[in-house]
Design a protein around this ligand. Structure first.
Ligand SMILES: [Zn+2]
Length: 317
C-alpha cells in the first residue's frame, strides 16, 4: 500500500494538478426541497455543465456522462458512482416522474471536489504530512486471533513515513511505539508540526459475514448537518467542525487515494465514506482522512495484511 499512497501523494502535493473539468455552472439552476433539504434537478445541472443524461432504468438509475466523467445515481440511495468509484452522499438521490434530484450539499461537497479539484495558493505545496497509526498501547483496535490492528497500523505507517521522507516530503508519525495517544491530542500533534495533511491508518473488522466482507473504505469528515456513512451512521450534527473548513480537500484527497488503492491492490470498493471520528477527522485545521485498508476479520485479507502484501508494493521487494 505504501508505494501506492506515495505516488498518489506526490500527484496531490500541489492540490489540483489536474486540469479543471467542465464544472462551471452556466445559467441559473433552480432549487427544490425534499425532506427539508435543498435539492438541484440533475437535468438542469447536467445541461449547465455539459453532461448528457441517460436513464439506465427509468426512475431507478440515472447516468450523467461527458468527455471527463461518468456519474451514476440510484433511486433513494446515498451510494453514487463517480468515474467508477463509489462515493457515499450526505443525502439520498431522488428519482421520480422522469426527473432526478441531488442535494445541493452533495453537489458542493462530494461531486465538485472530485470533478473540479481544489487548489492551494501558488507556492504553498503540501510538504508536511503527519501519519497516524491507529490505536496503540492498551487499545489494540480490531483483533483477529493473536493479531492486533495496532501492530499492523504501526508497521504500515513506519514504512509509509520512510518512503515519503525519501520522496522529499517531511513526514512524521503520531506514535512510533506501542503506546496510546489520546484521540483529542492527535490533531494537536499535527497542528504543532504545521501539518499540511493528516492521514490516519487503520485495518477493519466485522463480527458477521467474515468470509464475505472485505475491501477498502476511506473516510473524510461529514459535512455539517449531514448523516455519516460509517457503520455507526450517526445522524446529522448541524455544528460545523474545524475540519469542515477543508470539506473540498478532504473529499479530493479521500477520493484520489481510495481510487489509487483500489486500482493497485485490486480489492473491493466499499466507498469513500463520511464520519465524525473524534481526534482523527473533525478536529483538524488541515485536510485529514482515515483509511481502513482491509479487513483483519477476512481470512484472505488478513493473510495479506500480516504477510505485508497490503502494506508493501511488490515492485519494491
Ligand atoms: Zn482502527
Amino acid at each position: 500500500m505504501k508505494a501506492v499512497l506515495i505516488s498518489t501523494l506526490v500527484l496531490l502535493s500541489a492540490w489540483g494538478a489536474r486540469p479543471a473539468s467542465a464544472m462551471e455552472a452556466r445559467g441559473r439552476i433552480g432549487l427544490v426541497e425534499f425532506s427539508g433539504k435543498r435539492y438541484v434537478r440533475l437535468e438542469d445541472w447536467a445541461a449547465a455543465n455539459n453532461f448528457g443524461v441517460h436513464w439506465l432504468q427509468r426512475d431507478e438509475s440515472l447516468e450523467l456522462t461527458n468527455h471527463f466523467a461518468r456519474l451514476v445515481f440510484m433511486k433513494d440511495s446515498r451510494d453514487a458512482v463517480v468515474n467508477g468509484i463509489h462515493v457515499w452522499l450526505s443525502h439520498p438521490i431522488v428519482l421520480q416522474n422522469g426527473a432526478g434530484y441531488i442535494s445541493e450539499l452533495d453537489l458542493n461537497t462530494a461531486v465538485r471536489p472530485v470533478l473540479s479539484p481544489p487548489k492551494n495558493w501558488k507556492g504553498s505545496p503540501v510538504r508536511r504530512i503527519v501519519i497516524d497509526p491507529g490505536h496503540g498501547g492498551k487499545d489494540p483496535g480490531n483483533e483477529d486471533g493473536a493479531h492486533q490492528e495496532k501492530k499492523y497500523t504501526l508497521l504500515l505507517a513506519q514504512e509509509l513515513c520512510d518512503q515519503l521522507n525519501r520522496a522529499g516530503f517531511k513526514a512524521s508519525l503520531t506514535r512510533t511505539t506501542d503506546t496510546l495517544i489520546d484521540l483529542p491530542i492527535r490533531p494537536d500533534i499535527a497542528r504543532r508540526r504545521l501539518a499540511d495533511m493528516f492521514i490516519s491508518l487503520h485495518w477493519n473488522s466485522v463480527q458477521t459475514g467474515k468470509s464475505q466482507v472485505k475491501g477498502i473504505e476511506t473516510y473524510c469528515l461529514t459535512p455539517a448537518g449531514a448523516s455519516s456513512s460509517n457503520s455507526g451512521g450517526e445522524i446529522g450534527d448541524a455544528r460545523t467542525k474545524p475540519g469542515n473548513r477543508n470539506n473540498d480537500k478532504n473529499m479530493f484527497l479521500a477520493y484520489e487515494l481510495h481510487k489509487s488503492l483500489l486500482q493497485n491492490l485490486g480489492t473491493e470498493d466499499r466507498g469513500v465514506r463520511r464520519a465524525r471520528f473524534m481526534g482523527v477527522l473533525h478536529g483538524h485545521h488541515h485536510p485529514a482522512i482515515l483509511i481502513e485498508g482491509g479487513f483483519l476479520s477476512n481470512r484472505a485479507e488478513s493473510g495479506k495484511i500480516e504477510a505485508g502484501d497490503f502494506r508493501q508494493h511488490r515492485s519494491e521487494e
